[in-house]
Design a protein around this ligand. Structure first.
Ligand code: ZN
Length: 193
């Protein structure tokens, strides 16, 4: 965990009841966290630490952009994120996540590493649906998708008039394709029976 050493917040050694930390989480940070869902970004996180009689109160304010994949064209896109979150930290015998935003850290260590906590808040701040702004999608990919959709729509339009006008040929083709029971061979079979 050496590479996350700078995200360690000393609680035991607090000289005043307030402390403030500024972190800049860049591509190197996201690469080091090594999670598949989020590997690039630039997010500033301000952490305000308040010491009360009951606990340490850590307020996180995260602002910036992360790189995610566009839902429409699957290219990378910048997603702005903004999030404020709060946890409470108390000293105890050993590390424990108590739920309700309460974390226990060993009193003999007296500090908390917030690298993973910050990462999780940022990941949670990404909206479920994320697409490029209109016209910003990957042209090749969205062009292919559009062409595919347009071609299928044209096929559908052409099908019906052809079926209606040229009954003999097109009916045989489409009946064989769809394996409908009105196949001419079915009529022949009925005659035999
Ligand atoms: Zn896109």
């Amino acid at each position: 965990m050496g590479k996350f050493e700078k995200y360690r917040i000393d609680l035991k050694g607090m000289k005043e009841n307030h402390a403030h930390y500024d972190f800049l989480l860049d591509n190197a940070f996201f690469a080091a966290i090594d999670s598949p869902e989020l590997q690039k970004g630039k997010v500033t996180v301000q952490v305000d630490v308040k010491k009360t009689a009951q606990a340490f109160e850590l307020s996180f304010n995260s602002q910036g952009t992360v790189v995610v994949l566009c839902d429409r064209c699957l290219d990378e896109m910048d997603q702005e994120i903004s999030s404020t979150d709060k946890i409470f930290v108390k000293f105890g015998a050993e590390y424990a996540d108590e739920g309700d935003n309460l974390i226990i850290v060993p009193e003999d260590e007296g500090d908390i590493n917030v690298a993973w906590i910050m990462y999780e808040y940022i990941a949670l701040a990404i909206p479920m649906k994320h697409v490029h702004a209109p016209g910003k999608c990957n042209k090749t990919m969205s062009g292919k998708l559009n062409k595919y959709l347009r071609t299928s729509a044209d096929d559908m339009d052409e099908m019906e008039p052809v079926d209606d006008s040229a009954e003999d040929e097109s009916n045989i083709v489409s009946d064989e394709e769809n394996d409908k029971p009105i196949d001419p061979r079915w009529s022949e079979l009925q005659k035999l029976l």
